[in-house]
Design a protein around this ligand. Structure first.
Ligand code: SDX
Length: 371
């Protein structure tokens, strides 16, 4: 079986009304709206669009925001769990643990109805940022900061993380980051969530499948890999050598390449501009210049090596933006999950509606032992 088939490349496994992706033209749309046209909306509006299928009007948005922001707080049991987690653990492992704990006490614990699952989805969207921020403060010897219901999703996360309100630019970048991370069709973690939901297991379990899958370095873990890569390169003068060593060692360059996009990832284009904007505010660190040079050298070398370009994906310039926002690398993939939880939960609701077990076949390639 060739490699492409092994990875289910180009296999249509489900029908969806949530994301449209054109990997050749580099187009991504959420519920039919091009993601570039959603950049001036809030993450709360976009998560409503993904979950319910439409952008809310003023009164729907006000109700939705009230519900979301009332659900941001964590109960003391969750904080206790965060306090006993391994301080060295990747925040994705802690997020997985916290969601598993929360699920056991949810008022809709045994209810798999659409309304109950929508309530559980909204609670996870609301609580994920509080979990990640609280964990980070606890491992740094600080007390968790309670959510501020005056602040939007991205700004509130940065406030709970740092204990001070972000600048307007920081808040804008974080909000856009969450929107760009929110949904991407049948990527590996969303597929994992849908497979779990297809067995009619509960939505918390399906989201935990997504968290565990996103963590991998070939998927959302590439954001961590790209942040560490920027530190490893350190200066624009080291880029050429770094790429040469990767090619010789046949080492994957984190944040480059994509299973679907065979052109520039439309999200990377937005992130690149956001990272460039942040670079103007920080004359000291040359992360954006390193990233730009890396992109040029990778293109040049890959065209030489295999006559094809590999482009930056969503994680590459997101990692650059995180460096400028002083986001700790240990949290990088979990922040991807803060955005993606809206996509995961939307796909779970769609899968429950499909009500069809996802169960492909495997081709047996060994031998049968006769008695
Ligand atoms: C995300 O699916 C989604 O939508 C995911 C995502 C989402 O929003 O959910 O977009 C988020 O996960 C983005 C991808 C993050 N991962 C990385 O950045 C890790 C590095 N990238 C890769 O390992 C790779 O590009 C994948 C896994 C993302 C895609 O791999 P494919 O489709 O299986 O492509 P491939 O491995 O067949 O590569 C084709 C060629 C190979 O060369 P040859 O063996 O044919 O000579 O391109 C080369 C690869 O070696 N290649 C790379 C490379 N990516 C592909 N070489 C070096 N560095 C890379 N990053």
């Amino acid at each position: 079986m060739d490699n492409r088939k092994k990875g289910l490349e180009d296999v249509i496994a489900v029908e969806t009304k949530i994301a449209y992706i054109d990997g050749i033209k580099g187009i991504l749309a959420y519920r039919g709206i091009n993601v570039a046209d959603l950049m001036d909306y809030s993450y709360e509006e976009v998560s409503h669009l993904l979950l319910k299928g439409y952008l809310p009007d003023e009164s729907e948005l006000s109700d939705y925001i009230t519900t979301l922001r009332n659900e941001r707080e964590l109960d003391s049991g969750v904080i206790d769990i965060l306090r006993i987690c391994n301080k060295q653990a990747d925040a994705m492992d802690v997020l997985r643990t916290a969601v598993s704990y929360i699920s056991q006490y949810d008022a809709d614990y045994n209810d798999n109805s659409v309304d109950a699952n929508t309530r559980k989805a909204v609670k996870m969207i609301a609580k994920f940022p509080t979990i990640v921020a609280a964990f980070y403060r606890i491992i740094n010897g600080l007390e968790p900061v309670s959510p501020d219901s005056e602040l939007g999703h991205g700004a509130n996360f940065l406030y709970m993380l740092k204990g001070t309100r972000p600048t307007e630019l920081e808040a804008e970048i974080m909000e856009k980051d969450l929107i760009l991370s929110a949904e991407h069709g049948l990527n590996a973690s969303t597929f994992a969530s849908r497979i779990t939901a297809s067995t009619l297991s509960d939505i918390h379990s399906a989201i935990i499948s997504g968290i565990c899958t996103l963590k991998g370095p070939l998927h959302g873990g590439a954001r961590l890999g790209a942040m560490n890569m920027l530190d490893e390169i350190g200066s624009i003068d080291n880029v050429e050598n770094f790429v040469e060593e990767c090619i010789i060692a046949k080492k994957r360059i984190a944040g480059f390449g994509h299973r679907v996009y065979k052109t520039y990832d439309p999200r990377a284009r937005v992130y690149r501009n956001l990272a460039k904007e942040l670079s103007y505010e920080d004359a000291e660190n040359g992360w954006y210049e390193i990233a730009e040079r890396l992109e040029d050298v990778v293109n040049r070398e890959f065209v030489k090596k295999s006559a094809k370009i590999i482009y930056p994906n969503v994680d590459f310039y997101a990692a650059v933006a995180y460096k400028y926002l002083s986001i700790p690398a240990q949290l990088s993939t979990s922040i991807f999950a803060l955005g993606r939880v809206a996509g995961w939960t939307s796909h779970c609701l769609e899968q429950y509606e499909d009500n069809r077990l996802i169960r492909p076949r495997a081709k047996f390639i060994w031998r049968i032992y006769d008695k």
